[in-house]
Ligand binder design. Structure first.
Ligand code: C2O
Ligand code: CU
Length: 479
């Protein structure tokens, strides 16, 4: 699967071994899948309040020994937060780590000061309490640190969790809804371990850290006991660099029902779904009593880093008698056609090396200024033959076209992160609503976390019409 592009990208450098999981068929699924607990919350004066404490711990993942890890309210990953559309939420984030961190709500529409990007640091021993109204369609979002330069390190150590938004539309549909029973979070990460069980990870020259062991929700060699005819898997590529193309070992089709920003218009029958780091997909799989099916990753052609063979992720084991599930609906949600004529402007983003538009991230420089309650066309292109993706904070965009063609059905819904194949032009319709703040920027960046840490990120302000913000507003400027 190492394509033509690779030799172009390497200058005079020998090919070196990239960690790859064992070939499909060689994992014996021996550990029950861990399911992150639902986060507890209290309601104070109409505000739903969650508490997250980031701290170091150790976790039993592999037989070699306990793995030193980081987690929220536990030793690895974090609880699943659930909020209803229309609720005001507050999250009290207590940093008990020895280092500064941030918590970013990936995919959430919210004010920049609550976004948890690099400008919202939480010093050791401090608590940060962002509060906002959840106002977007039901979706599988997630949270993770975002401190500039050490995002990969903190995420790879275990700091990540899911944030589910629910709404009336989704609740009224005959979909699997029971968390941990037929509605399952599936956080997929690749890691490597040393002889004592500690994480290892050498920075590859191109992608960042790749691992040879696939974890789901922090479980190695996982299996899931399925007790219902249909099971909904909320897939999150929580890896820092690896691309996946999720499929089943027997090629069985499944229904893709939602992507990053929520439900698709209708279920899309699929045999595989590619996800780059940060992307999500909700799929519904139908099982027969007593059967087993292995979720695996195929080696997609466009992928430079998944190795040349497919590899296993998780086994589904159906009970000998399954509780009945409802038929999937024919329609899921109203998704308006994206209309480029509503755009007020157009910008271009070229990703190359570790740069976007030939620049590296500078905390003190605002790269783009957009006007609140407008839409724009963002033309995004990956100019070098390495895997990159593009993620925009605060908003869910629509894909207008890829190289002039309408996007495939799997990219026709709301998205906040998109894999960028080399040398293609992605036209995105991006909308900025509700929240203007002339002093705190949002981020756009490649979601391969090491690329992001290396500076493949830029900052944009959302301002009121006519407002002239200071373009060097924030600390850390150096240019
Ligand atoms: Cu998932 Cu800017 O991040
Ligand atoms: Cu990248």
């Amino acid at each position: 699967a190492v394509g033509v592009g690779l030799s172009v990208g390497i200058s005079g450098c020998a090919v070196f071994a990239r960690p790859a999981p064992p070939a499909a068929g060689s994992v014996s699924f021996s550990n029950p899948l861990r399911v992150p607990p639902l986060a507890e919350s209290t309601v104070e004066d109409g505000v739903r309040v969650f508490e997250l404490t980031a701290a170091a711990g150790s976790t039993g993942i592999v037989p070699e020994g306990q793995t030193p890890t980081l987690g929220y309210n536990g030793s690895y990953l974090g609880p699943t937060l659930v909020a209803e559309r229309g609720e005001i939420v507050r999250v009290d984030v207590d940093n008990q780590l020895p280092d500064t961190t941030t918590v970013h709500w990936h995919g959430m529409h919210l004010p920049a000061a609550m976004d948890g990007g690099p400008h919202n640091p939480i010093a050791p021993g401090e608590t940060w309490s962002p509060e906002w109204m959840v106002d977007q369609p039901a979706a599988t979002l997630w949270y993770h640190p975002h401190l500039h330069g050490i995002t990969r390190e903190q995420v790879d150590a275990g700091l990540a969790g899911m944030f589910l938004v629910r709404d009336d539309v989704e609740a009224s549909l005959p979909l699997p809804h029971e968390y941990g029973v037929d509605d399952i979070p599936v956080i997929v990460q690749d890691r490597s371990f040393d002889a004592e069980g500690a994480f290892t990870g050498e920075l590859g020259q191109f992608d960042g850290v790749l691992g040879d062991t696939i974890l789901v929700n922090g479980t190695a060699s996982p299996y899931l006991d399925v007790t219902t005819e249909r099971v909904r898997l909320r897939l999150l590529n929580g890896s820092s660099a690896r691309m996946y193309e999720f499929a089943f070992d027997d090629g069985r089709p499944f229904d893709l029902i939602a992507t990053d920003g929520g439900l698709l218009e209708a279920p899309v029958e699929s045999e595989s779904i590619p996800l780059s780091p940060g992307e999500r997909a909700e799929i519904v799989v139908t099982m027969s009593p007593g059967e087993r099916a292995v979720l695996r990753s195929l080696a997609p052609d466009a992928d430079l880093n998944a190795g040349s063979s497919s590899f296993d992720v998780m086994e589904l084991r159906a009970a000998s008698a399954l509780d009945p599930s409802l038929e999937l609906p024919e329609r899921l949600a109203d998704i308006p056609e994206p209309d480029a004529s509503t755009a007020d402007g157009e910008r271009t983003f070229e990703l190359s090396g570790h740069n976007i538009n030939d620049r590296q991230m500078d905390m003190g420089r605002v790269d783009e200024v957009v006007t609140v309650d407008t839409s724009e066309v963002w033309r995004v292109r990956n100019d070098n033959p390495l895997p990159h993706s593009f993620h925009v904070h605060d908003t869910q965009f629509r894909v207008l076209s890829i190289d002039g063609q309408a996007p495939p059905a799997r990219l026709a819904g709301y998205k906040d992160t998109i894999a960028l194949e080399w040398n293609r032009e992605y036209r995105l319709l991006v909308r900025f609503e509700d929240y203007a703040d002339p002093t705190t920027p949002y981020m756009y960046h490649c979601h391969l976390l090491w690329h992001e840490d290396q500076g493949m990120m830029g900052q944009f302000l959302v301002v009121e019409p006519g407002q002239q913000p200071d373009l060097r507003t924030t600390p850390g400027g150096s240019d």
